[in-house]
Design a binder for this molecule. Structure first.
Ligand code: AMP
Length: 190
């Protein structure tokens, strides 16, 4: 099965994706992780995106679409893909649909983690203090949240009209959110 974990930055997508990998043998495809790996390796791609990411802006659609395409065969060999932090724009969503339709493995489910802005700001302040991730600083986080609202949230109606969207309360404890995600995956489908 292919699913998208959808939600604003710091909603818990990465945490929940990792749990699904352990539980269901799926492959997590996080464009944020791939881009951070590129920066850490000092590659040309890493050099191109590091400033953009640090400011909290989105990198170009072409870059992330290519990163995802390269990893699809691996996900197919496993139990499917969990898309985490991708797609973030309408163009990315359309490209993903095209790539998956070609492989006859469309998106089965889009799980939206709902977390209010105040809780996100609190979470990310804690995360910044702990990990010092550069784009978790308050200024960059504001830009990331604005990018989510302007460019990513408009995908919700796109997936709703395709009948694939399920909403999950992302405000609870990690285990509670995990249980709600499991129920969405294993429950009756539309
Ligand atoms: P994330 O770890 O998903 O929060 O992503 C961290 C940063 O990587 C984002 O703020 C963007 O700069 C970049 N990024 C990750 N995924 C995408 C994407 N699908 N489209 C554009 N930029 C992305």
């Amino acid at each position: 099965m292919n699913l998208i974990l959808f939600g604003p930055p710091a909603a818990g997508k990465g945490t929940q994706a990792k749990r699904l990998v352990e539980k269901r043998g799926m492959v997590q495809l996080s464009t944020g992780d791939m881009l951070r790996a590129a920066i850490a390796s000092g590659s040309a791609l890493g050099k191109r995106v590091s400033g953009i990411m640090e400011r909290g802006e989105l990198v170009s659609d072409e870059i992330v679409i290519e990163l995802i395409e390269d990893r699809l065969p691996e996900a197919e060999g496993a139990g499917g893909a969990i898309f985490d932090g991708f797609p973030r724009t309408i163009a990315q969503a359309q490209a993903l649909d095209l790539m998956l339709d070609r492989r006859r493995r469309p998106i089965d489910l889009v799980i939206r983690l709902k977390v209010d802005d105040d809780a996100l700001l609190k979470r990310v302040a804690g995360r910044f203090a702990e990990s010092g991730r550069p784009d978790d600083n308050p200024e960059s986080f504001k830009v990331r949240l604005a990018a989510y609202n302007a460019q990513t949230a408009p995908l919700l109606p796109y997936y709703q009209t395709h009948g694939k969207l399920v909403e999950v309360d992302g405000m609870g404890a990690i285990d509670e959110v995990a249980a709600a995600i499991d129920a969405a995956i294993d429950g009756p489908r539309f």
